[in-house]
Write a protein of this length. Structure first.
Length: 570
């Protein structure tokens, strides 16, 4: 079961034998293709408990069209993509309206249909207890079959004939032919410059009675609304008072609890746990088991004594000139991020020279451990899944956080794998925050050589496209199963991006994965995405949202131009 919602079955050779995406129902998920001849049918409604009232069909001619469930043809489409020019007069925001004498079944929801808003106490125009009239609608037609046709009539004659017929609910006059119809009336539409006239039977007494009683009803509603307004304001004022008192009380306790911390403002609103240094010293067995090292510190394995949960404790190097700045950055950034593809920050400790951060433990270590260990054979589908995880995490940082974040150090060592092999981005020590409405920043070079975008070397403004470049290199590493720079290989293969583009240009991408049996079409698509991401010019690189759509197969990928090697750009 993939994160996209696609349930897939593989054979022993990792080939797809069946997948749920090939059998659409009422929902189209991201990455799912609607093949020619397939259709979606809306879910059941009050009007039709068995199935919905609309269907979205991908026609053989490539046109995506929305029809009523029981009828087809360009004249009855609510919407068409216009791929082949069908239905040029279609309204892309169609909304149905009720006929005179009818109201919506569910107010505010036009898809639920319309019901008559008056009882049928009698049917003929001369009935003493009721009064009917025929309301006309020009240029309106219905697909429903009629039960009687009268020829040679005027509009007045047609209206009279329907009024005197107990079975007639509507009549349609066209070219002198009066067509009588019963309810229900379905698939009605306006056709401009059409001579047909629709005549609808309505109850005039009911209509006028409703109008006469509306004034008194409005007065009652006004009184009720005033009472509700007064009560609402009173409750709001009381709630605000209670909130203010609670806030003052909590704030005083909060300041008292963290008085040892010199930067209290960093943790307000973040909701992180404050650990003491002795707590973490005991949890890590005096920092005995090292999990890894980064640019800003060392990570150790720990076990919290209160709940026996396993954690990763990052100890920032006190020798770092900007150690305090590193700590502040990670506190501000990670503490407010919540995404399944980002490593979760649980707490912190700042006592004197001791600066520590406590993260959730990732059982399977870093992506680098899996990717560059040739004993671990990972199929192409699994690699694409991991790449999608990373892309979703970066997209969250770029577009979905309150503060836009440039990670600045995307590489396999900073991508960790949990027990379910779900990839999560870590190490925000180099992250760069952008203010609201800010799109770029000037900063010193960051990150590891081989993953750094060319603009860093040229001292140009850095944007989120720097992360896109790093992701492109990581994507190529994931697909090819090797490091971006490996001087143990031949000169032609040492620089990954150059080797990849040469193989792509000659149509020999299969060489990138050796003798492994893979889907060549998917391999080619992944390689094209990677090449687009590592383009020399930031403006040529796609956004992470576009990258994710490419990975999921939702959008077409044009042939990429040749990227310029960063070595020649230094």
């Amino acid at each position: 079961m993939l994160d996209s919602g696609n349930f897939m079955l593989y054979d022993s050779s990792q080939r797809i034998t069946w997948q749920s995406f090939d059998y659409p129902t009422d929902t189209l998920l991201p990455g799912q293709l609607l093949q020619a001849g397939a259709e979606l049918v809306s879910s059941a409604s009050k009007m039709n408990p068995a199935r919905g009232i609309f269907r979205l069909a991908m026609q053989a001619d490539g046109n995506l069209v929305q029809y009523p469930v029981e009828i087809s043809g360009p004249n009855y489409a609510y919407y068409a993509s216009g791929t082949v020019g069908t239905g040029n007069n279609l309204d892309t925001a169609t909304e149905c309206e009720c006929l005179p004498g009818f109201d919506r079944v569910n107010p505010g929801n036009w898809t639920s249909g319309c019901d008559r808003n008056f009882p049928m106490e009698g049917c003929k125009a001369n009935n003493q207890n009721v009064s009917y009239e025929m309301r006309s609608l020009d240029e309106t037609v219905w697909e429903d079959a009629n039960y009687a046709i009268l020829g040679g009539l005027t509009k007045e004659d047609c209206a009279k004939a329907c009024l005197e017929d107990c079975n007639c609910d509507a009549a349609f006059l066209q070219d002198g032919n009066c067509k009588k119809q019963r309810l229900p009336l379905r698939f009605g539409r306006r056709v401009r410059s059409n001579p047909i006239v629709a005549l609808i039977k309505v109850n005039t007494i009911t209509q006028s009675t409703r109008g006469a009683s509306s004034d008194s009803g409005n007065e009652i509603k006004k009184v009720i609304r005033l009472d509700v307004l007064i009560i609402s304001i009173s409750l709001f004022a009381l709630a605000a008072l209670i909130l203010a008192i609670s806030g003052i009380y909590i704030h005083k306790n909060h300041v008292g609890r963290y008085k040892k911390i010199s930067h209290v403002e960093l943790i307000e609103g973040v909701g992180l746990r404050a650990f003491t240094y002795p707590e973490l010293l005991e949890a890590t067995n005096e920092f005995k088991e090292e999990l890894g090292r980064g640019a800003s510190g060392t990570v150790y394995k720990g076990i919290l004594l209160d709940n026996r949960s396993i954690v990763a404790v990052k100890r920032l190097d006190k020798e770092l000139e900007e150690g305090e700045k590193e700590f502040e950055t990670e506190m501000k950034v990670i503490g407010k991020t919540h995404h399944r593809n980002l490593v979760k920050l649980l707490g912190y400790c700042h006592e004197g020279a001791n600066w520590l951060l406590v993260y959730e433990h990732m059982k399977n270590g870093s992506l680098a451990n899996i990717l560059f260990n040739h004993e671990n054979r990972v199929c192409l589908e699994e690699r694409i899944r991991v790449a999608c995880h990373i892309a979703r995490g970066i997209l969250y940082l770029h577009e979905e956080c309150e503060t836009q974040i440039i990670h600045c150090d995307i590489k396999p060592q900073n991508i960790l794998m949990d027990e379910h092999r779900c990839a999560k981005i870590s190490d925000f020590g180099l992250a760069k925050l952008l203010k609201k409405d800010q799109t770029n920043t000037y900063t010193g070079i960051r990150g590891n050589l081989g993953y750094v975008a060319p603009e860093w070397h040229r001292k140009l403004p850095v944007t989120v496209k720097a992360d896109v470049y790093s992701f492109g290199i990581v994507l190529l590493e994931i697909i090819c199963g090797r490091k971006s720079v490996d001087w143990s290989l031949s000169e032609d293969e040492a620089i990954l991006e150059e080797w990849v583009y040469n193989a792509f240009e000659t149509g020999e991408v299969y060489k990138l994965v050796g003798d492994e049996e893979v889907d060549k079409r998917k391999l080619d698509r992944m390689i094209k995405i990677g090449i687009w991401c590592i383009q020399d010019e930031p403006s040529l690189r796609p956004s992470m949202k576009k990258v994710l759509l490419m990975l999921e197969g939702t959008v077409e990928i044009p042939v990429p131009p040749s990227p310029t090697s960063f070595l020649s750009a230094i």
